[in-house]
Ligand binder design. Structure first.
Ligand code: ADP
Ligand code: ASP
Ligand code: MG
Length: 404
């Protein structure tokens, strides 16, 4: 008997019909003799709808009352899934974060899970009852509901799997992790397996098929994780396995292309080399909670440094406020980031050359570049993004690759 946590995302919970179909997948896993627990997201669109209401009343992300509003979507979804399972003749019970509890720490809107008490789940499982846990939330030290960041139900699922020693199947609207977003490049190929590190990098670079912290959690706790489609018949999705690198037999140079829209660029010219110089700029941004992504620093002709860096578009206003007073401060929106990810990029000197060459042939200007051990990212104009993704996908032959 295998213990499984089955997670269903927003589109898999998108309507009573979709919930009923997702419930039939749960029923099929139970019928195969597996012991199953379910973790659910809000019905698609609900979190944004609630966020809109909260924002219109002055509560943005990061406000504790907003979190109580947002958590409502998953609470309703858990009960709806429990109803759907009961309709199939199964025993099921919805569980809210405080009923376990799922303990969290940190700021509203991006809390971290610090502990999960598995006792309630264990006793339900022992009684043959399927627990259906509301994702995306936990309770803080004051006993208040706090959410885990957008896409956070993936993290809830990984953490619950770790707490009860289960494997974790993430059901979504695509048949696994692809070489790039199949909505942008229909020729994208499904990866039967991917290493934690590659998946982490793809997720961190924008591939929202798995939330970054859920992969980190699964890697740290050794949770076996798979991505599957809830749109297939029960048992029919081939999916993707997320594994440790050592468990991967094949070695490929590039695994995938990720992208992130709505990036912004900020330029701060002529910064003097003093304690409050470039370091002071980044200290001010960190103080405002702004995450800086790519950075380019050059010498200014007049002495001192010119700084250019990218931030998420939604952080631009806070960034400009934090830097107010810097002479010559300028910014630009309408940018996007495209990233090539693969463990085979390690130590390869020709990676930047290939990327530049491909984008140059497409007449796409590289505005900024950043590399890490297993990825290379370029900042480009957002209107050229999809073309950049497809050109890089073709250049690395990801459409013809056979990944078994
Ligand atoms: P859920 O609501 O189930 O959590 P998400 O919308 O968060 O689903 O994630 C699934 C989506 O991720 C897909 O519909 C797809 O458009 C997108 N995606 C981006 N990159 C990839 C990729 N490399 N492989 C598969 N899907 C991807
Ligand atoms: N409902 C939340 C969101 O839309 C969490 C999730 O779906 O994982 O981000
Ligand atoms: Mg998601």
């Amino acid at each position: 008997m295998t213990r499984l946590v089955l997670k269903f995302g927003g589109t898999s919970m998108g309507s009573p019909q979709r919930i009923a179909h997702s419930a039939s997948i749960v029923a099929a896993e139970a019928a195969r003799g597996n012991q199953v627990a379910v973790v659910v997201s809000a019905m698609s669109g609900e979190t944004d709808r609630y966020l809109g209401h909260a924002t219109s009343l002055g509560g943005g992300l990061g406000e504790i009352e907003t979190d109580t509003v947002l958590a409502a979507g998953e609470q309703a979804a858990a009960a709806l899934m429990a109803l759907a399972l009961k309709q199939l003749g199964l025993k099921a019970r919805s569980i809210l974060a405080w009923q376990l509890p799922i303990e969290v720490d940190g700021v509203p809107g991006s809390a971290r899970i610090t502990g999960i008490d598995g006792e309630v789940l264990e006793s339900l499982l022992a009684d043959g009852v399927i627990p259906v846990v509301a994702g995306y939330q936990g309770v803080d030290a004051q006993g208040r509901l706090v959410t885990l960041g957008r896409g956070g139900t993936d993290l809830s699922a990984a953490a619950i799997a770790a707490a009860i020693g289960a494997e974790c199947d993430i059901y979504t609207d695509v048949d696994g992790v692809f070489t790039t977003d199949p909505r942008i490049e229909p020729a994208a190929t499904r990866l039967a397996r991917i290493s934690h590190d590659e998946m982490l990098e793809l997720a961190a670079m924008g591939a929202k098929v798995l939330q970054t912290r859920s992969v980190e959690y699964a890697k740290a706790k050794g949770v076996a994780m798979r991505v599957k489609s809830s749109f297939a018949a029960p048992g029919a999705s081939a999916g993707t396995q997320v594994l440790s690198e050592s468990a991967l037999a094949e070695r490929r140079v590039v695994s995938g292309i990720a992208y992130a829209r709505a990036q912004a660029r900020i330029a701060v010219p002529g910064i003097e080399d003093s304690a409050s110089g470039p370091g002071g700029v980044f200290a001010a941004l960190a103080g405002a909670g702004v995450h800086v992504d790519m950075i380019v620093q050059g010498r200014a002709r007049s002495g001192g440094s010119n700084l250019e860096f990218s931030v998420e578009g939604r952080d631009l206003r806070a960034a400009l406020q934090a830097l107010a007073g810097h002479e010559g401060l300028s910014s630009e929106v309408g940018l996007a980031k495209v990233s090539v990810v693969g463990t085979g990029l390690r130590g390869r000197a020709d990676v930047a050359r290939t990327l530049y060459g491909v984008l140059e042939a497409e007449a796409i200007e590289v505005r900024m570049l950043a590399t890490s051990e297993i990825k290379i990212s370029a900042l480009v104009n957002e209107d050229a993004l999809e073309r950049a993704v497809r050109a890089l996908h073709a250049a690395y032959r990801l459409d013809t690759a056979v990944y078994s």
